[in-house]
Design a protein around this ligand. Sequence first.
Ligand code: AMP
Length: 299
Amino acid sequence: VVKRGLKSRGTGLPVWSDVPVMMDIVRTRSALRDAVANWRKSDLSVALVPTMGALHEGHLDLVRAAKQRADRVITTIFVNPTQFAAHEDLGRYPRDEARDASLLKGVGCDLIYAPNASEMYPEGFSTHIRVSGVTQRLEGSFRPHFFAGVAIVVAKLFSQSRPDFAFFGEKDWQQLQVVTQMARDLDLNLDVIGVPTRREADGLAMSSRNAYLTEEERVVAPALKRALDVIYEATLAQPSAVAAIAQDATANLIKAGFTSVDYLEACHAQTLQPWTHGDPVRVLGAAWLGKTRLIDNRG
Ligand code: AMP
C-alpha cells in the first residue's frame, strides 16, 4: 500500500512523494479499541464507515462525508458471512485489500479495521438481533437472512469502535432505515448518517457487484434506474396510477433484457410500507440480470 513520503530533492534519495508509507490496518478488536482510546484522550470525534471492500467512488463518498463531520474516520472492510445465504455470492464476492487501502488513503481515511471471520464470530457465538417492521418487506422478503446478518455485524462494529457517527449509503435505503431503527432502539448513542447514491454517467448505481456484469448486461443495467424514475414521476404526476405504472415498468425491465424482477415499488420512505398519496416516497427496485442481482432506489 503506497503512501507518499519524505525526501530531499536533488539528492537522488527518494522523496516524500515517492516513498511508500503504510496505511494503518488493524485486524483485532483490541487493536481497534487502543486506536480509538488514543484519539479519545485528545477529545477527537470518530466516524465509522462499514463496508465489504471492493471499494468504488460510492464508498469513498461515505469516507469523504465522514471526514467532513468527524476528526477521525475508521473504514471497516469485512465481507460478513452472516448476511449471505448459502446459495449467495459470499465465495466469489470481489476482494482486493491493497487496492482498497490505497483508495482509502487517498481520501484521508485514518484507520482500516479488517477483522477476519473468527475475530468477529468466535467459536460459540450465539446472539441474534431481529429488527421488525422495516425489515419485513422488499429485501427482507427476498433475502430473509439478510437484515439479521447486517444488524448483528453493524451492532458489533458499533460496540467495538464506539463511534460518534456512522455513515451508510442511500444505495441500500432499506438497510439505512434498519440501522437507524436499531441504533435508536438499542440506545447506541451515535448518529447514523445517510449519503446519496453515487452513479455512473448512464445512471447505474455504483456497486461492487457491477463487476459481475458481462458487457451486454452492463448495457442493459441502467434500465433499472430509469424504471425507478418513471415510478417516482408517477407519484408526483399520477398518484392514482402508481401501481399500474409500476407493473408496466416491471414488464419493460424484462423487455429491456433483465432476467427477472424481485420488486419495483413506491414505498413510504421510512416504514417501507406500500406508498399512499401524501406519504414521503421512496421508490425501490431489485432485479436480476443473468446471475447478478442489482438493487437501487430513489426519492
Ligand atoms: P457494501 O460494501 O456494498 O456493503 O457497501 C458499504 C456501504 O457503502 C453501504 O453503506 C452502502 O450503502 C454504501 N454504498 C454502496 N454503493 C454505494 C453508492 N453507489 N453510493 C453511495 N453509497 C454506496
